[in-house]
Design a protein around this ligand. Sequence first.
Ligand SMILES: [Fe+2]
Length: 630
Amino acid sequence: MSPIRILGLSAYYHDSAACLLVDGQIVAAAQEERFSRKKHDERFPSQAVEYCLKHAGIGRDQVDFVGFYEKPLVKFDRLLESYIASAPRGLRSYLIAMPMWLGQKLWLSEVIRSELGAGEYVRFGDHHESHEASAFYPSPFEEAAVLTIDGVGEWTTASLAHGTGAGLSMLREMRFPHSVGLLYSAFTYFTGFKVNEGEYKIMGLAPYGEPTYVKAIRDHIVDIHEDGSIKLNLDYFEFVHGLTMTGRGFERLFGGPRREPDAPLTQREMDLARSVQEITEEVMLRMAKTVHRETGSRKVCLAGGVALNCVGNGRLLREGPFDDIWIQPAAGDAGGALGVAYALWHRYLGKPRVSAEASGTWQPRASGGSDGTPPAYADAMQGSLLGPAYTDGDIAAWLQANRVEGERVDRGALPARIVALIAAGNVIGLFHGRMEFGPRALGCRSIIADARSTAMQSVLNLKIKFRESFRPFAPAVLREHVADWFEFDGESPYMLLVADVVPSRRVPPPPGAEALWGIEKLKVARSTIPAVTHVDDSARIQTVRRTDHPLYYEIIRAFYDLTGCPVIVNTSFNVKDEPIVCTPGDAYHCFMNTGMDVLVMESFLLTKQARAAAASGGDALLSHSARSTS
Ligand SMILES: [Fe+2]
């Protein structure tokens, strides 16, 4: 019997993506931005689709089902109802939105058919059911509570659900305009950041502030109910009928107009960030308690944009009612492409689900390997490494075609070469294996460096990323050593949980450090791994296992053998305002246009010195390059 191939799509809001599921297994998934090089690209994911099909070696006519992650007509219904409810106030935003709706969104079946050039019948999933499916079906759990929280889908803004085997049913939902995601985005906007992009900056800014506005927010802006549902006071928001998120009400309550994007940050923005972060965490905890009570489950799966709030996730794991937590790595709308494909497989086609817990082929999570290392992480995401990969032959051909010098290093010797460079203070671009699906770089399109260095935060921010950041960089740590360095002893393969550095690794701040203000605080070493320690001693952890990520694991292991430290810096391989690199050309371009010292592409090691020597040595070196890469 020929396999059943399902293509999942998300598009036309932000972060469009495609995913191919073959007989219930994820074969490929990617965001369009990686190919188009337009950050958060919302257009039809033509290139992501092309990649998925090419990876599977199939044509468009071999796709059996196409799923779109939400229902545009229901979304349009919300737009119309919101307009009618507030008319004529929302006329301007209505007129701006209409051309896109009339041109594409309302005719999505036809748009998708014409884009794919085939006659597939398109199935439309519900936005939050797609999030729920992306959270539960690839999770390691046979049975779990499911919590999805975002800005808004069609009408739903958060949902509580229960998954058992192939069954997944929504128990409760919260509806527009009452939304945790939109509340967070309103503060993102008011503090001068870009909505749908700057939310992680608010989370990073929060530890610098005090929760001085919590009472004002609760008294005037939001009612938080015992069950975690919320009610927004719409007098304070403009998003229902306006072109902005907030208006005069916010200005009166918080002492003046919003911060202009280029204006300096003040204590007010930091305090607002801390306050809305605390409110969000409280809502997440209450929602978790409700879904725990209603399902009786000991485990929870999360998705939706708010599930990228790794500080909230960490608190949910520590203080919430669940023993275990699994978060979809593509928790935002890109993951909806994967969710709708899974929903079609299990719910529309009625196919059974074999979870990690129920499968004899996957190891139970409690038992480790014979060498003491924990077992493979038993979810179905394959480390979220679902994008394009390039072989050594591809890299050699690219280097030769572009007349670029690269040293081919024996694969077994590569980790030791890389860590010697890291320990000497070099910043390495690491490009190998399949590109990550979701917003985080997890070691295949990453920049890595020495976490012990006190200078590394500034070096990376100023020479590589060309930005100042409120958050430190994230640590990648060997799974078997995570509890020795962080107050955490579990799985965080997707860098979506925050925990504190253990007290024994912290160092007292030097005299006068407490008087520092704002981002200057981040420059004070607070632990023996200062490049990855935030001002509140926390870190956004990625745990790494040998079985899931062999080369990446070997690099960190070699660093541990050399230095006694099983922690390195992992930050995404891109510069500010650009998507993470996808191809060897993207990686090389980023390498040459930043202060990065070394680029590793599969087995090839490139240095700026070799490049300079090649430039001055002419053809002799270039022909050597051709020999070395053949
Ligand atoms: Fe969403």
